[in-house]
Design a binder for this molecule. Structure first.
Ligand code: SAM
Length: 282
């Protein structure tokens, strides 16, 4: 990395400070989880006040994660997954989706939030192929050289790297470089599952800007909505998989990534503000 960039707020673990909101708990709250503290609820209320449909961002993102994992488990023979910024355990976690098709697949979860780590160790490490690592996912070398990852992931064989709803919490211009460092370590034939807050540069931009303002100006201090071009830069060097039957390879709203069926109701403006892609390392 050119120079050492200042730490983003999301790189400083929230610890047990009840006065500091947590990205993981807020996201879990939007998904209907019960782990929110008062300080998290206050941020959620501010977001809801400017964008009542903000919940659609979390839901669209999590549905995308599920479809992408199912796709890779069924359409590739890959049996090792690194899930960076895995979040609190919820109804369908990466290993449950993948192991339904590939029971022996290894999944290593990585996060820096102590509540995620505590719940993750209790609930996620339910079989010998699932592991939880505490690390800053924006420090790629720390993650890649972590002893648990080194022990359980074979970097001579293709693997799946998930960076789902993480890199928008990294401030500055370093996201492409962080991703490139990960991608450099992946063997050919590996896949990246990626999602990120999107400024769709249309009528939904106003929603993106309002939520970004709340996230950046409040105690959370992180949450950037980047343009499609900026997201494409993060995935540069990778082959983006065609995202649906009618769109050429590229980055689309999470809800447009191989949806389960035809859309019967229009997407809310908020749902257009989270983009997803699955990409292959050539
Ligand atoms: N990937 C999951 C998903 O999409 O459903 C969870 C996404 S949640 C919005 C973001 C997660 O990234 C949280 O669990 C948070 O603790 C984690 N996170 C944010 N910054 C991080 C960092 N610097 N290092 C490790 N984890 C981080």
């Amino acid at each position: 990395m050119s120079g050492t960039p200042p730490l983003s707020p999301s790189q400083v673990p929230v610890g047990v400070d009840p006065a500091r909101p947590s990205i993981a708990r807020i996201y879990d709250g939007f998904l209907g989880g019960k782990n929110v503290y008062d300080v998290d609820r206050a941020v959620m209320e501010k977001i809801n006040a400017v964008a009542p449909e903000a919940v659609d961002i979390a839901r669209a993102n999590r549905r995308f994660l599920g479809r992408a994992c199912r796709f890779l488990a069924t359409q590739t023979a890959i049996e090792q997954y690194i899930d960076c910024g895995s979040g609190l355990p919820t109804s369908e976690n990466t290993h449950q989706i993948v192991q339904r098709t590939r029971p022996d697949a290894t999944v290593v979860y990585v996060d820096n939030d102590p509540v995620v780590l505590a719940h993750g160790r209790a609930l996620l490490e339910e079989n010998d192929f699932v592991h939880m690592v505490e690390a800053d996912v924006f420090q790629s070398q720390t993650v890649l050289t972590d002893p648990t990852i080194q022990r359980h992931v074979d970097f001579s064989q293709p693997l799946v790297l998930l960076h789902v709803a993480t890199l928008h919490h990294l401030e500055g211009q370093h996201a492409p470089e962080v991703m490139r460092q990960y991608v450099d370590a992946l063997p050919s034939g590996s896949y990246v599952v990626f999602s990120h807050f999107l400024d769709p540069e249309n009528e939904a931009t106003q929603v993106a800007k309002k939520i970004e303002q709340v996230m950046l100006s409040g105690p959370l201090g992180a949450g950037r909505f980047r343009s499609t071009a900026e997201l494409a830069e993060i995935l540069s060097g990778l082959e983006i998989i065609q995202p649906n039957a009618t769109t050429g390879p590229g980055i689309v709203a999470c809800d447009a990534w191989w949806p389960d069926g035809p859309r019967l109701a229009p997407a809310s403006l908020a749902a257009q503000c989270i983009a997803g892609a699955v990409a292959r390392k050539p």
